[in-house]
Design a protein around this ligand. Structure first.
Ligand SMILES: [Zn+2]
Length: 280
């Protein structure tokens, strides 16, 4: 009869969190017939590292609504940075408030959603109040100073980690004073975010909204902006354009009438973002 060594492994895993935990492997005496082999060994191995409990909440990022129905969201970011303010002060740029965009939306009775930077609201309080008073518009925020929330974002300066929540919260607070019914929609500058910045957004309690670029920022021509926007548009689209005009997005108001007409020709209807997201 061959010799058989039966090994029973008794693994004792103590409660997590104790660095002294041991795994004990032992073979008790075993009897099979007349030939008995008894092996006893104790192997001490380090306990596995205590797992780090991930407590950060990474929120969902909305980039489109349900692809049903006919609604699309026209959204406009009101960018303003300290360097843009310097161009205003020096007279290099006359204005970063392209209110002709607002005029077109009103004339064509097109609802829209505006994402304000805090600096823009401070620079243009009358224009902010004018937009806020119009029920045609839904309001959200776009950071305080339009810095980037991660490296490598269109050459924008970067918000240090410890300033992220304040950079998101400040315009939310300012907007709530002007427009108590404003949404908590928030768009990251350049649509640039990572887990750290998304966690910061979650802690402030905003809803992160991306979208499809229209190409109006630096777009080479009205034709190019209109073509790019209409080519991408579909039910549920969130179209990203700009309200700041100036040297950053000077053609938005010229492109907008053709965009709205083109959407309607495709059976699409501009609607507030909340309506687009609620489509069934
Ligand atoms: Zn922006």
């Amino acid at each position: 009869m061959p010799r058989i060594a039966a090994v029973f492994i008794l693994a004792a895993l103590a409660a997590a969190g104790c660095a002294e935990d041991l795994v004990v492997t032992a073979a008790p005496p075993s009897s099979i017939g007349a030939t008995t082999t008894t092996t006893t060994s104790v192997v001490v191995v380090p306990a596995p590292p205590v797992p780090i409990v991930e407590t950060k909440v990474i929120p969902e990022v909305i980039s489109m609504g349900p692809a049903v129905g006919d609604a699309v969201a026209l959204t406009f970011d009101a960018d303003l940075t300290p360097s843009m303010q310097a161009r205003l002060r020096s007279g290099t740029v006359e204005s970063y408030a392209n209110m002709a965009v607002v005029d077109v939306l009103r004339q064509m009775d097109a609802p829209a959603t505006i994402f304000f930077t805090g600096l823009w609201m401070e620079e243009y309080p009358a224009e902010t109040a004018d937009i806020a008073a119009d029920p045609r518009f839904e309001l959200g925020t776009h950071s305080q100073t339009h810095r980037a929330f991660r490296n490598g974002c269109y050459g924008l300066g970067v918000v240090p980690r410890e300033e992220m929540e304040d950079e998101i919260r400040r315009p939310v607070t300012a907007l709530s004073l002007v427009a108590p019914t404003a949404t908590r929609y928030f768009r990251f500058p350049g649509l640039c975010h990572d887990d750290e910045s998304l966690a910061a957004a979650a802690s402030v309690g905003v809803t992160v909204v991306d979208g499809d670029g229209s190409g109006d920022a630096g777009g080479p021509s009205v034709d190019a902006i209109v073509d790019q926007t209409l080519r991408r548009a579909h039910p549920g689209s969130i179209i990203v354009m700009h309200l700041n005009g100036g040297d950053k997005a000077p053609l938005t108001d010229e492109a907008l009438p053709r965009i709205i007409d083109g959407l309607q020709a495709r059976g699409l209807r501009p609607a507030k973002l909340s309506e687009v997201l609620a489509a069934r």
